[in-house]
Design a protein around this ligand. Structure first.
Ligand SMILES: Cc1cc2nc3c(=O)[nH]c(=O)nc-3n(C[C@H](O)[C@H](O)[C@H](O)COP(=O)(O)OP(=O)(O)OC[C@H]3O[C@@H](n4cnc5c(N)ncnc54)[C@H](O)[C@@H]3O)c2cc1C
Length: 442
């Protein structure tokens, strides 16, 4: 399984590089414009690679399970975030090199007098700048996540259309059927992906509704939402994976939110999510009524013990609602009668807020499970761990021989995850053994 995923991962990276660089073949082969200066051609080359990489951004975010499975959704989203800055730099390099090397081209910035090819090119860069600004500073600009997602899609599509118009109107490197086919191919992939994401996938999801069975309160302002498939078999998932939930709206709505399954993967006929009240959407979970229809898109994610079948011992580290995928893991392993030693280190603010603490106690009777609670504000007389999960604390519980630590699953608030990752590495836990699920794709 691991080797197959590694090979798949290498394959997708190789394909990414090939598709990113493919437009350079337009410049290397076939008829070329004569007598053009190096800097002009170089700026075009950078722009072409930037455009190809922009079209690949559509592929990265289209939720194609086969592409995400070797890495995990969060890794793909992080790559998407970071590579978008490289892409932006490449787009920007094209006009900047021209403006510096050929000062006459600066008049193309005047959108009133500039020819249409320049208007399209300059506007595409302005649109891209707007896209980067609302994405990097979304929180500071106080843009609601769902509204941001809609604008993100509109601006990305607009930038790409404008830049394709720019290439077409400039007219170089589109002179032969091969060159035209290549650009049409890139544009066509984006159109197909938008159609898939906006129409085909929502249509398929709408054909497989779920109904609410119950909404149970848990400790720590968490609600367990139980769903049953209506007219279909339900979804097979691995413990630790997640799905996008749409409630109150049609499957075509943009208002969908990711949640990890918290129920056993052995029971696809009734799935559960543990959802913490944090904002606009999560505060409405408690208002869902039995029988009400909702939609699920999934499963996604690589945060699963099923991908580490050979690990002899498993360490689970959760903070707050990060317990949700861990509950799915423990419930699944209990149902399967898995006998491997399990260590759960579970951080919370107070004892009263520890979601699922009673069930965790019961699970210790069915699993070889040791639970270590870590409380920020412990009650009087508390004899357990206090404060945050630190390297010193982990050192007390992890096997002394770190090579025995083959699988550590970490899920919790971002500051905790960063601290725990650093602590694990400090303790010589091999990087390949550390698996993280970040509840923040935005
Ligand atoms: C892979 C994954 C698994 C998750 N599993 C769980 C879980 O099991 N239980 C749980 O309680 N929470 C989980 N979350 C977090 C949950 O998705 C957000 O808390 C929820 O979407 C917040 O929505 P809101 O409108 O209530 O809050 P808001 O205040 O609107 O949003 C709070 C923050 O949540 C993020 N967010 C909001 N909407 C979305 C969205 N549609 N898609 C992605 N991020 C969004 C943004 O960073 C936003 O700033 C998970 C997140 C991810 C990425």
């Amino acid at each position: 399984m691991k080797t197959r995923n590694t090979l798949k991962g290498i394959f997708w990276i190789a394909l990414y590089v090939v598709f990113s660089l493919a437009p350079l073949s337009l410049m290397l082969f076939g008829e070329r414009p004569m007598g053009r200066e190096f800097w002009r051609e170089f700026s075009v080359a950078l722009g072409f690679v930037g455009i190809a990489m922009t079209t690949l951004q559509f592929v990265l975010t289209a939720r194609i399970a086969a592409i995400k499975s070797p890495y995990g959704s969060d890794v793909v989203y992080y790559f998407h975030h970071h590579i978008s800055l490289v892409t932006f730099a490449l787009w920007l390099a094209h006009p900047l090199i021209l403006f510096i090397q050929f000062p006459g081209t600066r008049q193309l910035l005047n959108l009133i007098t500039a020819p249409w090819r320049a208007r399209a090119g300059v506007t595409s860069v302005i649109v891209l700048i707007a896209l980067i600004v609302i994405s990097v500073w979304r929180r500071q600009l106080k843009i609601e996540y769902v509204r941001w997602r809609i604008w993100h899609g509109i601006l990305a599509t607009l930038a790409l259309i404008l830049v394709m118009v720019h290439i077409y109107l400039v007219g170089r490197y589109v002179g032969t059927p091969f060159k035209q086919a290549l650009w049409l191919g890139y544009g066509g992939i984006c159109v197909l992906l938008v159609a898939y994401v906006r129409v085909i996938n929502p249509y398929l999801i709408s054909r497989r509704p779920y109904e609410v069975v119950e909404v149970r309160p848990e400790r720590g302002a968490v609600w367990s939402l139980a769903l049953r498939p209506v007219g279909h078999q339900g979804m097979r998932f691995q413990p630790g994976q997640f799905a996008w939930l749409t409630a109150w709206n049609s499957a075509f709505s943009d208002r969908e939110h990711p949640f990890s399954f918290s129920s056993s993967a052995e029971n696809p006929e009734q799935v559960e999510f543990a959802i913490k009240e944090l904002g606009d959407f999560t505060s409405t979970i408690k208002d869902l009524k039995p029988g009400q229809h909702v939609y699920l898109d999934g499963p996604y994610g690589a945060f699963s013990v099923d991908r580490q079948a050979k690990a002899q011992e498993i360490v689970l580290i959760a903070g707050g609602i990060g317990i949700s995928p861990i509950m799915s893991t423990l419930r699944t392993l209990a149902e399967r009668g898995d006998g491997r030693p399990l260590l759960l280190i579970y951080g919370n603010r107070t004892w009263e807020e520890v979601s699922f603490r009673e069930e965790l106690e019961l699970l210790q009777e069915h699993l070889d499970l040791r639970v270590v609670h870590v409380l920020e504000k412990p009650p009087k007389g508390w004899e357990g761990e206090v404060g945050f999960v630190t390297a010193e604390m982990l050192d007390r519980y992890l096997p002394a021989d770190r090579r025995r630590v083959e699988a550590v699953f970490v899920c919790g608030p971002p500051p905790m995850m960063n601290a725990v990752e650093a602590a694990l590495l400090k303790l010589d836990v091999p990087l390949r053994a550390i698996h993280m699920e970040r509840f923040d794709l935005a």
